[in-house]
Every structure is written in C-alpha cells, then in structure tokens.
Write a protein that binds this ligand. Structure first.
Ligand SMILES: [Fe+2]
Ligand SMILES: [Fe+2]
Length: 347
C-alpha cells in the first residue's frame, strides 16, 4: 500500500509519504514541514498546510485520516527538517519505508553523533540509555541485511573529534568483524557495536587542551592520556554497564601484538579478539583523521600501513580491512563531515 503511487509520474522523487507514526511524532497543531495531500480526483498532490501553520481540531483529524489512507506527503526539499526531526527520534527511521538506504544511514550516523557527544560531555546513566536506544536501532537495521554496513563504510569522517572518531571506529570495526565472523547472534552484534563506540570513553576525562594541542604530545602530556584505557572500563562499570566486549575494547585497544602497547604490554593471543579488532579499527580511524599537526592519511595508505605493521597489528583483521577498500566494489565515498557540518549550520 505504502508504495502504491511509486509509478505515478515523479511524485516519489519529489515527495515522500508520511506514515501515521511519524505524523503522530510531530507537534500536533504545528507540523514542522509543508504537507501535501493526494487529490484522487485530479491525481496530483495539492498543498495542505504550510510548515508552522496553526491547525484547528478538524484539520488535525483530517490530516490523520489522509495519512491513514496513504494520501499525506512531505516534499523532499524539506528533507533537512524532516531528518532533523527523526535524528532525535531515531526509532521512527525504521518505520519509514519511503527513505532510501543512504538517507537512513545519514540519519543514523547523525543521531549517534548527537548521542555520543551528549554522553562524552556527561557520562551518566540516562545519557548512556539514550545512546544505547539509538545504537540498537542501528544494529537492528544492519541485522536485517548485513550488506547495509557498506553504506556506513562509505561515510567516514576525517575531522578530529572524539565522537566522529568513535563512529569511524564502530563502522570500520563492525565491517571487519561481520565479514570475518562465520556466525553471530544479534546480541553479539549489539555488544560489539557498543564496545567499538565506547572504546575511548576514558578520553572524555582527558583535559580538552591536550586533545586539541597543535603538535605531537610531550612525554609528560602523553602520560596523562595513558590511563584512559583503564579509566574507560571503570567509568562504564560505575554506571552499571559491564560486559566482556566493552571491557576488552576499552582496556586493550592500545595493546599491540608484539607487547609494545599499553597498559599491560599483553602479546598475541593474550589480547582478546575484540581487543585486536578494536586496535586495528581505532588506529585506522586515527590515521584517516586530520590532526592539528598533520593531514589525514589516504584510506588505502592507512590500510597498507596497518597490514605492513604485522608485528603490532592482527593480520587477519588488517587484511580484512584492506579487502574492504582495495576491491573497488565499495562505490564512491561520501564526505560525511560536509553533510554533518552543513546540517549543523542550518540548525
Ligand atoms: Fe584510545
Ligand atoms: Fe580511539
């Protein structure tokens, strides 16, 4: 039913239908977007109300009826308002079958970015719960079709920000994990996703001036950063969130296969699989991001350096990572920084 008008001219390209769930999430008397109703008699979309216009009770009822009859539409030119609305209520994204995969993934990434920033600012239980809820929407979307992770992989960040780094690490880490694990349950997918997202939660306690410093860190400054691995696991425990994947991601992502990492100088298989995975995904994410003192590395250069560094990085993980980008099957990369920055300047 929802797709019944797909072939009617180019309506589907310029407008999409609003589902009752989404309509009911709008402020009842002030819909934030222009709405259009489908006129069966002349088979065209006619403007119903303008964004922000005050509706009366009869109009509210009429809108609900139009919507229930698949006759209520929003213009794609209002997509930025619509997506901003859904970013804050991400569970709606999966109920909307009029969005393309690319639109859904953009919205998912922006929603997680928002939640991560809030949680890194205030690492307390209710902020975690908001992040958890949205992360579960994302895993549900990926669980339904594992190839959807590739739409995420095309959307990496290159700007230096803790939340963007966390997202890159999640996306790349998940891609490696999903394609190198024969079978997994939904619960494992959920846990790995959270573990990758939160591997650097301890960094939220590191003074901001050290993170923003315009040059490589001195020895004494570096020492202030080292405890973030242990601190991360402790912070999550403090808000009653503790499971092995998360502890391993936080605690082991700076361990290296030859024992040269920290905090425990663990070696080879002393480092858990999640720890080895997070190390590769985390280092890759750091390499492709610009730092105040250096430009971002090309994606393929970063993959190659990790693969060449076989003494320190798990080679199965590094070669899976190389396979993601080297085959040329991935398609064009999207500048996710530009998308996020444009949306934020509109808000
Ligand atoms: Fe770290
Ligand atoms: Fe990291």
């Amino acid at each position: 039913m929802a797709k019944k008008r797909q072939n009617d001219g180019n309506i589907d390209e310029q407008y999409y239908q609003i589902s009752p769930e989404i309509l009911s999430s709008f402020p009842k008397y002030h819909p934030p977007v222009d709405l259009f109703s489908f006129r069966e008699d002349i088979a065209v979309l006619a403007p119903y109300c303008r964004k922000g216009q005050r509706l009366n009770n009869d109009q509210v009822k009429e809108l609900a009826d139009l919507c229930a009859n698949d006759s209520l539409f929003v213009a794609r030119s209002d997509h930025h308002i619509y997506s901003k609305h859904i970013v804050k209520q991400l569970d709606l994204v999966l109920q909307d079958d009029h969005l393309t995969d690319a639109e859904i993934v953009d919205i998912c990434i922006r929603a997680l970015l928002l939640r991560l920033r809030e949680f890194f600012d205030q690492p307390v239980k209710n902020m975690f719960e908001a992040l958890y809820k949205d992360a579960m929407v994302v895993t549900e979307y990926i669980w339904e079709d594992k190839h959807r992770i590739n739409t995420f992989v095309r959307r990496l960040f290159h700007k230096d920000e803790l939340a963007r780094h966390a997202l890159n690490t999640m996306i790349v880490g998940l891609r490696i994990w999903m394609y190198s694990t024969a079978e997994y349950r939904r619960k494992e997918l959920d846990r790995i996703t959270l573990a990758l997202l939160l591997h650097d939660i301890g960094m939220s306690k590191v003074p901001a001036f050290l993170l923003k410093k315009a040059g490589p860190l001195r020895m004494d400054e570096r020492e202030k950063i080292l405890p973030h691995a242990l601190l991360g696991a402790k912070m999550m425990q403090k808000i009653d969130v503790r499971f092995d994947e998360l502890v391993h991601a936080c605690f082991q992502h700076h361990e290296r296969m030859d024992g040269s990492g920290y905090p425990q100088h663990s070696k080879d298989l002393q480092i858990s699989r999640v720890g080895r995975l997070t190390a590769v995904a985390d280092s890759f994410s750091a390499m492709i991001c610009e730092r105040p003192w250096r430009k971002p590395k090309e994606i393929i250069t970063a993959c190659k350096e990790l693969l060449d560094d076989y003494q320190r990085y798990d080679q199965e993980m590094a070669s899976t990572l190389m396979g993601v980008f080297a085959t040329g099957n991935l398609g064009q990369m999207i500048d996710m920084d530009a998308i996020v920055d444009t949306k934020e300047s509109e808000e």
